[in-house]
Design a protein around this ligand. Sequence first.
Ligand code: HEM
Length: 498
Amino acid sequence: MSTNVSLVYLPLLGIVALLGYVVKQWFFHPLAKYRGPFLASLTNLWSAYLAFRGDWHVVMDQLHKKYGPIVRIAPNEVCISDPAAMKVIYSITGGFCKSDFYEPFRIPTDPPSLFTDRDEARHTERRRLVGSAYTMNSLLKLEPHVQIIISRFVRQLDKLFASTNEVADMSTWFYRMAYDVTGQLAVGRSFNAIDEGDRFGFLSLFMDRNANAGVLGRAPAWARPLIAPFFNTTKIQVYKDITDFMQSSMNVHLTHPEVHSDMMSLMLQLRDAKGEEVLSMDQVQRDCKSVIAAGADTTASTLAGMLHYICKDRRVYQTLQKEIDAASLELEADQPFSATMTEKLPYFAACIQEALRMHSGVGFPLPRVVPEGGAVISGEVFPEGVVVGMNAWQVHRNKDVFGEDADVFRPERWIVTNAADRNEVQRVKNRERHQFAFGAGTRTCIGKHISLLEVRIAIPELMRRFDFTLEHPDRDIEVVNMWFATTRNVKCYIKARS
Ligand code: HEM
């Protein structure tokens, strides 16, 4: 009889415990004063769902408009849009470590990668060790490979679209190109996606993996093992194929080291100099895989975003084309642009900055844990252990920094027209300081120069040889944002230029 009575009370106890939790989260948690969706204050499942929907940047814009620059997006996390917070949260000496959002990006059986490592001291050491392979000087030696792939890309677009008047979905085509370039740069083998598409399923595997990790990272740690199986259903064979692809690339490098020039050979040289215990063979292989996983989608979406915005505004298009045409006079007809040459084109440089601003390849906040002793951010005190993050998509639309027309693609905002005007010089410098597409601080993107190398060759080569017009010039860009902000349906007519 007494057992029956206590069973009756069980649901009641559950309700009381739940109410207690709600009251604590809503009124007494250190982040209680920051508002956001009610569900977000109770569980990370709210932000996991938002990540899954793919419109994180749109919803967060609305939430910042409603609640101000600090929005609570999870029980223990806020998102901050105030640009001034960048120099605190992502300061080199601030001690803000990556949060556990990054765990699902890690292969469970592997040690952490440069990207997923949450131990700042170990990360600094590793970054120092491999950093030289990612400098522009090292990469320029690999430039001819990039030029060859981009020339192949131009030929394919010519054959399939310019000659047929068919519409090209440039978001898809840039993905193929970027995967071929990163495969070539990473391990000396292109995936041949320009010619054969995603024949082996590698491209979609990398893309899906990043998106899945983005959603899982936002989910509460206890829910991840429950959600993960829904994401990894049919891809086991492709995983195995990629592992084989990396292993066979490594074998070829070890048997014929003299014939290779790519990231893998640069890292193997570092390994020879430092020793296996400092930089292991496995680590080299993992880092090269990261180059492909982290570098292709982001660069492709930057290129597609840039083409969309340039095409949408004919004034911008014509100004850029004029600058590119003038520069191309220095080249033979079949000689491709080099990145060093196009780096010096001022309007093009401004277009790249503006494309990275309007369409940043990473579309979630970059979450960091407030270090011991707490921190003052945007004039507010945050206790240690809470998570704070900023998202390029919000920082880049701040009107105080980028001007009243921050929602518009206008490359001129990056150009100083009157060097004697100190206010103007300061304004542009301040914008540069708030360029957040590659992150900031100790964890800033190590592959930035790889992307810039590609962008600086691809866009001038394409605009020199073709005229692009959007199929639907009145439509906004379509973005699916599941950590990487991928573009969809950048559909263009392509006409060969004489
Ligand atoms: C336009 C293209 C790219 C964009 C927009 C981009 C963006 C970013 C961002 C925002 C971060 C910081 C992430 C964080 O703090 O959580 C980052 C880090 C990183 N990126 Fe990129 N990335 C791009 C291209 C590349 C390429 C080509 C590579 C190839 C190597 C790469 C490899 C990495 C790695 C390894 C990290 C982690 C660095 C560290 O923690 O030390 N990225 N990237």
